[in-house]
Design a protein around this ligand. Structure first.
Ligand SMILES: NC(=O)c1ccc[n+]([C@@H]2O[C@H](COP(=O)([O-])OP(=O)(O)OC[C@H]3O[C@@H](n4cnc5c(N)ncnc54)[C@H](O)[C@@H]3O)[C@@H](O)[C@H]2O)c1
Length: 311
């Protein structure tokens, strides 16, 4: 099997490349190393991959590059590339529209013309906003609370449109707060662990009572892997959540315990776009993909702390 992983230099994409290559797939990874966060971290992610014998990297921007060439001989596409981050999406909406909506439409149009056996799209729990019910099921009416969530929902709908009209075999996986080694530096756990190790203060937005359903990156990768090979109806949408819902206060206490350091908190108001709680029902992913999360928040955080220490 030959896979195309978009966003291969990023946090999730780099783990996915490793796993697919380990499983014997030939993998083409594409990324243009956008400057949303330290490009040095993306280069370091790539350095981990470049030694893999069955991996080829293409430095290209999916907004403009020749997709037909990129898809040559590809069986499955794992579309992870995107512009992440809730808070920045207020100020730089054009980037979110271009990288999340327009690029996804370009990719879908390309696989319509040059068919693949599966197109997996990295969607987000952000589509739910402050959800109408918890744990949130896929049928719940999405009501994003941030411009970022709107762009992920639009891209997910495009996957549905291409599935319904052209039979493109899309699967959208709604990831719930992903963590683990190589986590993006704008994400809370990354900044928290760095604060613990450096002694700098951690800006805590809100009271700390906000709850997130954290998902270990290896479990996200496993869901992608299964989504490519399982019998899934085109256009399917599935939650991928770790089930380890925790408040920020509990996360802070866990990081303090794992690093054996106290973290000084810089208390700030809740930010626009932030939701109070996320919690995803996983019955659909369990029955359709035979997937279940395997790594607890405590275990995954311990692995992430090790990664931060080793940098
Ligand atoms: N990390 C999470 O908790 C989370 C949660 C829900 C959904 N997601 C989604 O998962 C995907 C991966 O997230 P991540 O945390 O690994 O982010 P990331 O920023 O680390 O990785 C995304 C990669 O895509 C690349 N990219 C963006 N636009 C591109 C373009 N036009 N052409 C080529 N490359 C491009 C970036 O350079 C980056 O390396 C994203 O689509 C994100 O929206 C992530």
């Amino acid at each position: 099997m030959r896979a195309l992983v978009t966003g291969a230099a990023g946090f999730i994409g780099s783990h996915l490349v490793e796993r697919l290559a380990d499983d014997g797939w030939d993998v083409v990874g594409v990324d243009c190393l956008t400057p949303y966060y330290d490009v040095g971290q993306k280069r370091a992610n790539l350095d981990e991959l470049l030694g893999l014998p069955n991996f080829e990297f293409v430095d290209a921007d999916l907004r403009t590059c020749d997709l037909e060439r990129l898809l040559d001989g590809i069986d499955a596409v794992f579309h992870q590339a995107g512009q992440p981050g809730v808070r920045a999406s207020w100020d730089d909406f054009g980037s979110y529209v271009a990288h999340n909506i327009e690029v996804t439409q370009r990719m879908l149009e390309a696989v319509r013309v040059k068919p693949v056996s599966r197109f997996v799209f990295a969607s987000s729990s952000s589509v739910y906003g402050d959800a109408l019910a918890y744990p949130t099921r896929e049928e719940t009416i999405p009501q994003p609370k941030s411009p970022y969530g709107v762009t992920k929902l639009a891209a997910e709908h495009l996957c549905g449109v291409y599935a319904r009209n052209w039979g493109v075999p899309t699967v959208s996986l709604r990831y719930f707060t992903v963590f683990g080694p190589r986590q993006r530096p704008d994400m809370a756990m990354h900044r928290l662990i760095e604060a613990a190790l450096s002694g700098e203060s951690f800006p805590l937005f809100g009271s700390g009572a906000q709850v997130r359903d954290f998902t270990y990156v290896g479990d996200i990768v496993a869901a992608n892997r299964l989504a490519a090979t399982s019998d899934v109806s085109p256009g399917a949408v599935l939650n991928v959540s770790g089930g380890g819902a925790m408040s920020m206060t509990e996360v802070i206490e866990t990081v303090e315990r794992l690093t054996d350091r106290m973290i000084e908190l810089d208390r700030l108001p809740v930010q626009a776009g932030d939701v109070d709680r996320t919690s995803g029902a996983t019955d659909a992913a369990r029955s359709v993909l035979g997937w279940a999360p395997e790594v607890s928040v405590e275990e995954g955080l311990a692995r992430q702390v090790e990664w931060h220490r080793s940098r």
